[in-house]
Design a protein around this ligand. Structure first.
Ligand SMILES: [Zn+2]
Ligand SMILES: [Zn+2]
Length: 99
């Protein structure tokens, strides 16, 4: 007989080397400033502009590779934010005709 209910897996943040017993805490951590700072320290940067190579300007989120960016673009957070900036500078730029 197997009893695996007692052993809940910990959530681990590889980037900050932090562990969380509750997944909700882990998700909160992923959005925290501390995590964002760690993340922007390790993401690959463009050698010319010194900016993160993968970066979401809508959420101010640096991704560490294309796959990470893909996951981010599909996340609920990103969708909510990109809907919220409909009248922001990103969209209005396209509406301004060239002078
Ligand atoms: Zn972290
Ligand atoms: Zn985003």
């Amino acid at each position: 007989m197997m009893t695996v209910n007692e052993d809940e897996p910990l959530c681990i943040c590889d980037i900050c080397d932090d562990t969380f017993e509750i997944c909700a805490e882990f998700i909160t951590h992923l959005k925290s400033e501390q995590h964002m700072k760690e993340l922007s320290d390790i993401v690959p940067r463009d050698s010319w502009y010194c900016k993160p190579m993968h970066f979401c300007h809508v959420c101010n989120y640096p991704g560490y590779d294309e796959y990470n960016m893909l996951l981010h673009n599909q996340s609920e957070d990103h969708h909510r934010k990109s809907r919220g900036t409909k009248s922001g500078p990103i969209y209005s730029m396209n509406l301004v005709p060239g002078v």
